[in-house]
Design a protein around this ligand. Structure first.
Ligand SMILES: [Zn+2]
Length: 472
């Protein structure tokens, strides 16, 4: 498996920190909850979802942390304008984020730490203290604490940024006069009137943490000094991730992140998304146009993460069409697989009648989803042709359905309307599983027939039997 590492600007073979345990630590920068996240934000979250699911398909155990930035300039300004306390203001957007993520079938991270949690604020303060004692940070006359970038020789390595350029950019904002260097960034911002009642005590002055130190503190608190993969959008590279490296490595002296993966922008009709251009969309905006979360997931997933994705309504219609082809294919396969009278042993991962490695291998290559989907649709075309000619037998259809179940753990694109399975059907399926366990195939077949008479279909997978409503 290989990934493009922003740090080296190279495709690198993936080697986890702890190869023996096959467990991987991933940190992903989450939303800043000052407004509802837009579909460009969700493009990055879907790329991270794809990364996690593919690693899991390949047998890795993933521990993923996604932070929630619930204190920064934008959240404070928003709360002030809405005349509500910061926590109340951000709560609605946290909820909206989780709702939208669910709509898009994004797997939940293991942890969602919030920057305002006192235990993380304590850790931020401790880290800032450590940086000051190493002379990597200083308190300026405005009482704020800044990181001294000239003392950290690797600063600029991630963004491939030349510090001399930074010096020559001239204008210094009024509130930054106190800094030693224009590129020094705030670790602790001393309180001012604009902050209202948002402040924490610190050894320097009452105030609040800078955005960058929030991520360093939460990442190292939950994942340790070193993590395998850190993701975000390309706009996070500088200064945010550059600053994360400087702060974390400045404190621990260890290499913070092995692989930096960044997702390219999302454009709308070839333009940057902006409220002023009227092309700014949230997930509910897309749903309001009668598209489903599944269709939007497909549209945001189908382009390689390092390529800018151009979102258009035509693209949404294409997503709908592509999913229709998958649905139709699955329905046809199920119909043929159902005709199977002879009981066959449940397939296992190692013993599959049809080997289809192309999909997974494409994803091994820096998550090449467009190639993986190309492979899927090629398979669909081939098997549709075979089915047209009555050349696909039940065993092959079942094998293809099993393959789909496997790759769908990554794609999560199967249609599932919120269907409630009737108790009677669940009960029959349970009895059938017992019969199968006792190798009573006759009884098992009878039960399958009874389930089928109730217009449900039972399918055996390696994770047990699955019930789907019968189509047609
Ligand atoms: Zn971050």
């Amino acid at each position: 498996m290989r990934f493009f590492n922003t740090y080296s600007r190279k495709l690198e073979e993936f080697e986890p920190l702890d190869p023996a345990a096959r467990s991987i630590k991933i940190y992903t920068c989450g939303p800043t909850v000052y407004s509802r996240a837009h579909i460009g934000n969700f493009r990055a979250y879907i790329f991270e979802d794809l990364l996690q699911r593919h690693l899991e398909l390949r047998g890795y155990k993933v521990h993923r942390v996604m932070n929630i930035t619930d204190v920064d300039d934008k959240t404070i300004r928003g709360a002030r304008e809405a005349r509500v306390p910061l926590a109340k203001f951000t709560r609605q957007f946290k909820q909206a984020f989780f709702e939208d993520a669910k709509t898009l079938r994004i797997k939940r991270a293991d942890e969602f730490p919030c920057a305002t949690d006192q235990r993380y604020v304590d850790r931020m303060i401790a880290m800032i203290g450590a940086l000051i004692s190493k002379r990597l940070a200083y308190q300026a006359d405005d009482k704020s604490v800044y990181f001294r970038i000239n003392k950290f020789p690797n600063y600029g390595k991630l963004a491939h940024f030349d510090l001399t350029q930074l010096q020559s950019t001239g204008r210094v904002k009024h509130d930054e006069y106190d800094k030693e260097h224009i590129g020094d960034f705030a670790l602790w911002k001393a309180w001012d009137e604009e902050d209202g009642d948002v402040k924490w005590d610190s050894p320097w002055a009452p105030g609040r943490p800078g955005w960058h130190i929030e991520c360093s503190a939460m990442a190292t608190a939950l994942l340790g000094d070193q993590i395998d993969i850190h993701c975000g959008g390309v706009d996070n590279i500088f200064p945010h991730h550059e600053a994360e490296i400087a702060q974390s490595e400045g404190v621990t002296g260890e290499k913070f992140v092995r692989y930096w993966l960044h997702c390219a922008h999302l454009l709308v009709d070839g333009q940057k998304m902006a409220k002023s251009l009227g092309n700014f969309y949230t997930v509910p905006d897309v749903l309001a146009k009668s598209y489903s979360g599944r269709e939007l997931r497909y549209a945001l997933l189908r382009v390689h993460y390092r390529v800018p994705l151009n979102f258009t309504w035509k693209g949404m219609n294409e997503a709908r069409e592509s999913l229709g082809r998958i649905d139709e294919w699955l329905a046809r396969l199920s119909k043929i697989a159902r005709k199977e009278k002879v009981q066959r042993p449940a397939p296992t991962a190692t013993q599959r009648p049809i080997e289809k490695p192309g999909f997974e291998e494409a994803l091994d290559d820096d998550l090449n989803i467009s190639a993986a989907l190309g492979f899927l649709f090629e398979t669909i075309r081939e098997t549709n042709r075979a089915m047209d000619e009555n050349k696909l037998d039940a065993a092959s259809a079942s094998a293809l359905l099993d393959w789909w179940q496997r790759i769908n753990t990554v794609l999560d694109l199967e249609a599932h309307a919120e269907i409630v399975v009737p108790t009677e059907v669940t009960q029959l399926a349970k009895e059938r599983e017992n019969a199968r366990r006792e190798k009573n195939w006759k009884r098992s077949d009878e039960l399958r027939e009874r389930i089928s008479a109730l217009r449900w279909e039972v399918r055996d997978t390696k994770d047990g039997s699955q019930l789907t409503p019968r189509s047609g």
